[in-house]
Design a protein around this ligand. Structure first.
Ligand SMILES: Nc1ncnc2c1ncn2[C@@H]1O[C@H](COP(=O)(O)OP(=O)(O)OP(=O)(O)O)[C@@H](O)[C@H]1O
Ligand SMILES: [Mg+2]
Length: 431
């Protein structure tokens, strides 16, 4: 009953029947919180808590206890448990305790999601900026359908994450999610990788083998970097998409497949169609729905969220305790344009965590490109600002772009009042 209620509140909930199972689960996965009885079979709550706490000291554990064993709960709080609730449970308190238990960022993230998404959409995608919220909303509409989806975005923006979200929020989620990187293999290898081959189809084919399409039967096939495929391969792909059937390399037999296709590309396929590099018919087959993943520089508001997420991830992975990211460091991370998008940010944080001294992340642990960025002039501007006024104007406009037009936020970042900002904008308008 608790589990279904938690789901309704937007949590993903994994159940464990006893302490032993819980400890094993915590060992394998990284949860936001543990909600636990004290009296349990096999391994009791106190022992389980000790094991969990030793493994993941930062993981909040909330205890549920009968009045008769509140004493135990209080001892466990001293030992590092996060909170306890007495039975019968007060559900409002439970909800509050859980929300408080995870960090503030996640709480706000969950609250700001529309109710619909809160109950249905499960993704590892972090982002509260309007652009990401829009994308998440699109995902929630498209995921449950059978539509072929084309995910478009620069390198490192999270295309694969979007593909996974589409699969795991679809009816096919119980089925396989199979990935193929179309750019990683030579054409002949890609063909047998995708369609499989018969025994003796080519040298080294000493037995028949199923391709990724067959492996993905009943599930989703993710064709990454679809823009890199040859014309010949595009014809073959088109056929499977149209007929839902294929033949192995060197084979005659027709094999039926039931596969949903999600493709990704960092090329503008419409342009590729115009220049004749990509078949128009395949483009229309793939592009039933297009989801565009925005580059990180256009959603700078998401940077702090991502930073905190990655700090936590890599602190845990590298067993380092990180108390905070100092403001100057966050500032540097915020102003860098991240040409390699989220992947570049993720790598920068991992490196920073490994190199850091003490328990605060400072600019010194960031890559030089990020450290030095602020000292350079704005990259978009191809001329030096002629005057202080000109430089200020540029900064104001850039900041406004970064906050996606949010004037209060822009004013805050610029260290001026909203009214002052408005006056400046009026002046620019007049000009
Ligand atoms: N919004 C996000 N929230 C959390 N993690 C993210 C987000 N976007 C990307 N990531 C992480 O950044 C890394 C790069 O993402 P991903 O592999 O999905 O990008 P991609 O668009 O497929 O890149 P490429 O074009 O280079 O293949 C991954 O480790 C992913 O988990
Ligand atoms: Mg990718």
């Amino acid at each position: 009953m608790l589990s279904s209620m938690l789901k309704e509140w937007g949590w993903r909930c994994i159940e464990a029947d006893d302490g032993t199972t819980a400890v094993a689960a915590v060992e394998k996965h990284n949860y936001d919180a543990v909600l636990m009885d004290i009296r349990m079979v096999k391994m009791d709550g106190r022992e389980a808590f000790h094991k969990i706490h030793a493994m993941r000291p930062a993981l909040p554990v909330i205890l549920m206890t009968a009045y008769s064993s509140v004493d135990d709960a209080v001892i466990m709080i001293r030992e590092g448990a996060h909170d306890y609730l007495t039975k019968p449970l007060d559900f409002d308190r439970l909800r509050l305790a859980l929300e408080r238990a995870v960090d503030h960022r996640q709480v706000t993230e969950k609250k700001q999601q529309p109710r619909e998404q809160q109950t249905t959409l499960q993704t590892g995608i972090i982002g509260e900026s309007p652009k990401m919220q829009e994308l998440l909303e699109m995902i929630s509409y498209v995921a449950p359908t059978e539509a072929t989806v084309l995910v478009y975005g620069e390198s490192g923006t999270g295309k694969e994450l979007v593909a996974e979200a589409l699969h795991s929020n679809s009816e096919r989620k119980g089925g396989p999610f199979i990935k193929v990187n179309c750019a990683a293999l030579a054409e002949s290898l890609l063909e047998s990788e995708l369609f499989g081959h018969e025994k003796g189809a080519f040298t080294g084919a000493d037995r028949e083998r199923d391709g990724k399409f067959v492996q993905a039967d009943g599930g989703t096939l993710f064709l990454d970097e679809i823009g890199e495929t040859s014309q010949a391969m595009q014809v073959k792909l088109l056929r499977v998409l149209q007929e839902h059937e294929l033949q192995r390399v060197g084979g005659e037999k027709t094999i039926q497949v039931d596969v949903r296709i999600i493709a990704a590309t960092n090329r503008n396929l419409e342009d590729e169609v115009k220049t004749g590099n990509f078949r128009e018919d395949l483009y229309y087959r793939l592009n039933v729905v297009m989801l565009e993943v925005p580059p990180l520089r256009t959603r700078a508001g998401d940077i702090p969220l991502l930073v905190n997420h990655f700090v936590r991830k890599f602190a845990e992975k590298n067993r380092r305790s990180v108390q905070s990211v100092i403001p100057e460091c966050m500032e540097a991370l915020n102003s860098y344009p991240w040409p390699g998008n989220v992947r570049e940010l993720e790598n920068a944080i991992e490196r920073g965590i490994i190199l850091m001294r003490g328990d605060q992340l400072t600019q010194k642990s960031l890559p030089l490109s990020v450290q030095n960025y602020k000292r350079q002039s704005a990259p978009e501007a191809d001329t030096e600002p002629a005057s202080l006024y000109e430089a200020e104007k540029r900064l104001v406009i850039e900041t406004l772009a970064k906050t996606e037009g949010n004037k209060s936020e822009a004013a805050r970042r610029l260290g001026i009042t909203r009214k002052t900002l408005q006056n400046k904008l009026n002046k620019y308008d007049e000009e």
